[in-house]
Design a protein around this ligand. Sequence first.
Ligand code: DLL
Length: 433
Amino acid sequence: MERYFQPEIETASREQIRAWQDEKLVKQVRHVWEHVPYYRRKMEAAGLSPDDIKSSDDLSKLPFLSKADLREAYPYGLLGVELKDCVRIHSTSGTTGKRVVAFYTQADIDLWEDCCARALTAAGATKDDVCQVSYGFGLFTGGAGLNGGSHKVGCLTVPISSGNTERQIMFIRDLNATVLCCTPSYAAYLGESMKEMGLTPDQIPLKAGIFGAEAWSEEMRRSIEETLGIKAFDIYGLTELSGPGVAFECSQQSGMHINEDHFIAEVIDPDTGEPLPDGEQGELVFTAIDKQAFPLLRYRTRDICVLSHEKCACGRTHVKMSKPRGRTDDMLIIRGVNVFPSQIETVLLNQGYAANYQIIVDRVRNTDTLDIQVEMTPEMFTDSMGEISDRQKKLVEGLRAMLGLTAKVTLVAPKSIVRSEGKAVRVIDNRKI
Ligand code: DLL
């Protein structure tokens, strides 16, 4: 039987959802106009005042916000409340190594945790469950979001964070964890490790998984479900909008319901900015109509997907988004960590290399790998293995500091990386996702 965390909201009529959105949007626009000078200037430049926004029909008049705006306004420029009313930040890495910082009031955290509780409940979790939260805790939103949601549902929560696979498996078995929250690649890795230990799906107590923060295919879903003996649910979100739980999968596993009482979703043509109808693929744009501390209007996610208002058999009435089918920018997500090629380039240039490099990403035994081939300059070129190995080590360290990830670095001879006549292809992504 389908369970809802907030049935009156999750199964509300379309008219009711629309009425909430209209009312909240008008209020939010006025709030932003009065409290966020950065956005007010954008509205003024577009010749708009809050009186021009009378309902969600007027949404497309509002100017977009992009990651570039967030960087420009860093750190406090988009705050919608006084700093003393904020209780937490989370953060995500940015192209220049400068992070985007998102702020939360207590009400924002409550709202976000409700969204995560909806996701957990849709995956079948109840207060009888033991929920192991194996997303990272800290500035990353995965751990905190699902941890809060799990508390709201009343599960016995295991805030183990990511890593230390042996301990993960020990807790799953000893505490009879029934729900697992982590990135899909980590779920696959845990599954593989348990298989190697000789555990069959019926010896693994897990029954459901809530996996997101990176792209994953239906094939990967099936393989995780088989190895762990679970049903695997997708969850979507981004730091700028709170974190996980902006959208989540229900029992139908065919797209993610967007929490439309808090977020208005649009799909736009990334080139023209024109809103597109249901079923057409474009860039996902969100307007946060309830958030206080970081009230982003028409935020361009760069995620490419399709929206559908088709009736869902689960009974939920909120619009569904397809799995994101890629991004409009060059951001890579490697083991759940956002990586921009420009960050890698910064490290190389800082250590005296030229911008002749190639980034090769793959997925080996369900774990993302990051290999970087870097050309030595003619001045650096040497036959001494010791010298080369020292240089490689220094690059690995610099990259770890910048990205928070371990990469494999191979130094190659000058002029051995193919030069491009047009745009340089720096990234070769061999992952089948
Ligand atoms: O990844 C929040 C999150 C944590 C979502 C845990 C789900 C589970 P960021 O680090 O800010 O936030 O990265 C956001 O990750 O714009 C997408 O490109 C990508 N992404 C998130 N969820 C999915 C998903 C978190 N289910 C960026 N499928 C987003 C594909 C996803 N991509």
